[in-house]
Design a protein around this ligand. Sequence first.
Ligand code: GLU
Length: 168
Amino acid sequence: MCGIVGFIGQEQAAPILLDGLAHLEYRGYDSAGVAVISAQGKLQVEKAVGRLKVLSEQIHGGADLEGCIGLGHTRWATHGAPNIINSHPHVSENGKFAVIHNGIIENFAELREELEGRGHHFKSETDTEVFAHLIEEAYAETHDLMASVREACTHVVGAYGPVSYTHL
Ligand code: GLU
């Protein structure tokens, strides 16, 4: 029962993401995180365990993260402890794709094993991280984010709502 927010616009994204997540706090969560792309294409990721207030204070209400594109997440842990590494967003190995996800990927263990067999290295214990690796792998073929997310979704079984962004 997490919260999931994405923003693309003219305004600074981080305060809007924090505000959106605050509206979803009633759903319950154990940690929170945001990713914002700067105008120069730098991916900035910030996470905190506990209340959204902790994350908000950590990034000074969003003032620390410059950029008009971003995504935000409050996590209710299902796979992996509620800690910083397992908090979303998860970033692909090449650092180009940030993913947040609501739900459960039922076949994540088998997907993770397959991906590791193809040389991928995982940082977290989450089911979600397979999405980041699948999207990165698909993008190497398609060079198209939408097509890559669709391709990733063809491998994933379960209930999920992902948000992904790339600055490629
Ligand atoms: N299954 C994911 C995790 O444990 C997402 C849980 C959620 O919906 O917050 O990280």
